[in-house]
Design a protein. Structure first.
Length: 148
C-alpha cells in the first residue's frame, strides 16, 4: 500500500518552493546574488531608526526615502522628497564627477546633471521634488565638501 496523499503533498511542496521564494520579493535574491538591498523609509525619523549609514546631509523634512545599498561595501543611493535646501555647513556645490553605482526608479539621469552638492562622501543632486544622493563620490567631489 502506497501513501499517495503524502507523495502528493511532498510534490506540491516542491512545486510551491520556487513560488514562495518569488513571493518574498527580489530583496532576498538581490542580497544574495547582487550583494545589495532595497531601502525604503517613510521619513527622516524612520531612516534614522532603521539605517545606520551617514545621514547628515538629508533634510529634516525628507519623506518617501527610497534607495539601494550594497551589503558588502558602502555604495548607496537614496532618492527622497524634500522642499528644504541642503545645509551649507555640510554640503557645497561642485561639478559632478561621479555617478551613483545603482539606479533608483524615478531618479533623474545623472549624466544630464552637471553640478551636485558634495556632502562628505556623498554627492547629492537636486530633483524636481527633492534630492538624489549617492556614495561613494569621487575624491575630487569629496574634497569640495565643507570641512574637508
Amino acid at each position: 500500500m502506497t501513501n499517495r496523499p503524502a507523495l502528493r503533498a511532498a510534490f506540491a511542496g516542491a512545486l510551491l518552493l520556487p513560488v514562495a521564494l518569488l513571493a518574498t520579493g527580489c530583496s532576498v535574491f538581490d542580497a544574495v546574488a547582487h550583494h545589495q538591498k532595497s531601502l525604503s523609509f517613510a521619513d527622516r525619523a524612520a531612516l534614522e531608526e532603521g539605517w545606520d549609514g551617514e545621514q547628515n546631509w538629508i533634510p529634516a523634512d525628507a519623506t518617501e526615502i527610497e534607495g539601494t545599498a550594497s551589503t558588502t561595501a558602502s555604495d548607496t543611493v537614496l532618492l527622497l522628497r524634500s522642499s528644504k535646501d541642503l545645509d551649507p555647513a555640510v554640503c557645497a556645490e561642485t561639478s559632478r564627477r561621479s555617478p551613483p553605482n545603482y539606479v533608483v526608479s524615478g531618479a533623474p539621469d545623472v549624466y544630464k546633471i552637471d553640478t551636485v552638492f558634495a556632502c562628505g562622501s556623498w554627492s547629492v543632486a537636486r530633483t524636481d521634488d527633492g534630492w538624489l544622493g549617492w556614495t561613494p563620490n569621487s575624491p575630487d567631489e569629496a574634497a569640495e565638501s565643507p570641512g574637508s
